[in-house]
Structures are given as C-alpha cells and as structure tokens.
Design a protein around this ligand. Structure first.
Ligand SMILES: Cc1cc2nc3c(=O)[nH]c(=O)nc-3n(C[C@H](O)[C@H](O)[C@H](O)COP(=O)(O)OP(=O)(O)OC[C@H]3O[C@@H](n4cnc5c(N)ncnc54)[C@H](O)[C@@H]3O)c2cc1C
Length: 305
C-alpha cells in the first residue's frame, strides 16, 4: 500500500533543471601535485605539515595554480590578454592593491601534527575549516614536544612575549627535566583511563607539550594573512617552524602569487603618517612613545637611513 500523500492541487510545479552540459578543457590538464597523495615536511620532534589536497588541483598544461586567481580576476577585468607574463602582472597588481577575493579562489588542505600550545595560537585564525583529533573519543598518543638543549631560550628583555638567545646549559637541562616529569603523567593517564576514568576528563592531566593533529583547510588570501603573522620573527619560534613548512609546500603550486606575497607583504614595510612626515621633514619622529621610536629606528636601519 502506498504511503505517498496525494499531490495537493496547490503544490507548485516542479522546477525544471536543464541537463548538464559537459565542457572539455581548452588544453590538456595537469595535476599540480603530480598525482601524489600528500607532500609532507617534518616539523619539531614529532610534528609535520602535510599538504593533502588543493584547489585548483587540475590546471591547463603550462600553467600553475595561479591560474585560478587570474581566471576569477578576469570576471572583473574582462578577458584582456591571456599571456603568461600578463597573468603575472595581474596577480602582482591584485596583491599590491589588496584586491583579495581572487586569491580566495585557491584553497589548500593540510594535515598537521603540532603540540597543543602551538595549536592554541593557530586556532585563533578563524577563517579556516578545522577538524581536530578528539581526545574525548580516543586515547591521546604518547608524543610530547621536548626542545633540544640549545633551543631552550631565555625570556627576552625587549619583548615580553618572546624568547631570544639560548639559556645556559644547566638551566636548560633543569627545564628539560621538568618537561620529562610532566610527560611521566602519561602512564598514569593511560592507567586511569583503563580503570574507567572518562578520556574527556583524564586528558586534563596532560601538559600542553602533548601533540594534537587536525585537518586545516583555508583559502589563499587567509593563508597569506596567517603566514604574514606566523612567519614573522615576532611569532613564537615553534609556530614559525610550521608556518614556514606550510609556505614551502604551497610555493611550487602558486609560485607567482607567493612571489608577489614576498615582494608586497612579507618582506615589505608599512610607514605610518608620523614616519612619512619624519622622512619628508628630516626631523625626529613626532612622538615620545619609546616603543614607536624604537620601531621607527628599526625601519630606518632597514632603509639604510
Ligand atoms: C605575535 C602575536 C602575538 C599575539 N598575542 C596574543 C595575546 O597575547 N593574546 C591573545 O588573545 N591573542 C594574541 N594573538 C592573537 C591575535 O590577537 C589574533 O587573534 C590572531 O593573530 C588571529 O588574527 P586575525 O583575527 O586577524 O585572524 P583570523 O581569525 O584568521 O581573521 C582574519 C581576518 O578576518 C576578519 N575576521 C575574522 N573573524 C572576524 C570576526 N569575528 N569579526 C570581525 N572580523 C573578523 C578580520 O579582518 C581578521 O583580520 C597574537 C598574535 C600574534 C601574531
């Protein structure tokens, strides 16, 4: 017996959809990852950044992933010319003028394993799509970040948030001993989960040096924002390691836009109104704010002034 209700005389007519028209590419297409499943770079002692997919994955022979940026931009600017050299000029123009939406047409998906204290900084970048390992659902693997003795750094005096030169070996060893004792909680964590303590609660006993992992997908515009903050020398060294690895994985796929990113953002410099006035007048910076003056001195040094 049919359970389908009778069609109401007032039901709207079904919307007609035309059949799919399949269009072959103008040129043969190539896989920007060369058919590989992943490209991976190890980071720190147990971490990695792996590129697992991207968009566009297929591009016309002779082109790079930058193709998708140009393709989208031409919707705004019309066909123009299609020369590769002009594509480069267009990408560089878009980067210089912060016309950012064409860069959002490119996406990268990464699989990353990093210590939780790195993940906490990373997750502040809200425009990515993230799916993380669940320590409620599964046992946390026995992987903890422990730097080398030479990488244990002193608290910086100039930057309250940073560390700078290595601390003397005795104190470094003492710190590594502390990390080792914190890692020793792992055995108890495991034993107590075996006794029935919920994994979601038991994990509270683990230090933030324990590794987590996630899939992280983001568009190129927002990845550049992430990289400009996290490849910067002011970012914590450990997250810089991951950001630099991510950049190395992307560069062969979007070389033109990465070059523009380096030229106009990463290695570029912003001048404030006061700084422009100081250059123009040849006078000192018109402020008594010590930090601002120090920043201006650093810029002057870069400019060879
Ligand atoms: C060196 C350094 C030190 C830091 N120190 C601290 C600290 O001490 N304490 C701390 O809490 N954080 C700290 N942060 C984190 C920082 O404040 C930002 O949260 C982080 O860098 C992410 O930046 P974002 O919001 O621009 O990035 P994303 O979240 O990736 O956002 C990208 C852009 O999208 C837009 N956007 C995204 N979401 C929104 C929204 N909801 N509303 C409006 N606009 C949005 C904004 O324009 C934003 O710039 C630090 C970051 C760095 C790099």
């Amino acid at each position: 017996m049919s359970t389908v209700p009778p069609a109401s005389p007032h039901a709207p007519a079904p919307v007609a959809v035309a059949p799919v028209k399949r269009v072959a590419p103008e040129a043969p297409m190539r896989d920007v990852m060369g058919g590989d499943a992943r490209w991976e770079i190890p980071c720190l002692d147990h971490g990695f950044v792996a590129l697992v997919d991207c968009m566009p994955r297929l591009v016309p022979e002779g082109k790079t992933g930058d193709f998708a940026i140009v393709q989208a931009a031409r919707v705004s600017y019309g066909q123009g010319t299609k020369q590769v050299s002009e594509d480069r000029g267009l990408v560089r123009y878009l980067m210089r003028h912060r016309h950012s939406t064409p860069f959002e047409m490119v996406e990268f998906k990464f699989h990353i394993a990093m210590p939780i204290f790195v993940a906490r900084q990373w997750i502040r970048h809200r425009t990515a799509n993230v799916n993380e390992y669940s320590a409620r659902y599964s046992i946390v693997p026995d992987r903890f970040y422990r730097p080398d003795v030479e990488s244990v750094r002193k608290q910086s005096k100039s930057n309250r948030q940073g560390g700078d030169e290595p601390i003397e070996a005795g104190t470094a060893e003492e710190f590594l001993g502390l990390l080792e004792r914190a890692e020793a909680h792992y055995k108890e964590y495991l034993a107590l989960t075996e006794k029935g303590v919920a994994r979601e609660l038991a994990r509270a006993a683990l230090p933030v040096s324990v590794y987590t992992e996630w899939y992280w997908k983001c568009d190129l515009h927002n990845i550049y924002h992430f990289l400009s903050l996290r490849m910067d020398p002011h970012a914590q060294l450990e997250i810089q390691v991951f950001a630099r690895a991510m950049y190395e994985l992307m560069k062969p796929i979007v070389p033109v836009s990465c070059e523009a990113f380096e030229d106009y953002r990463l290695d570029a410099m912003h001048l404030t109104k006061l700084e422009i006035e100081a250059v123009r007048s040849g006078k000192p910076l018109a402020t008594e704010n010590k930090r601002e003056v120090a920043e201006w001195e650093a810029k002057r040094a870069r400019l060879g002034m």
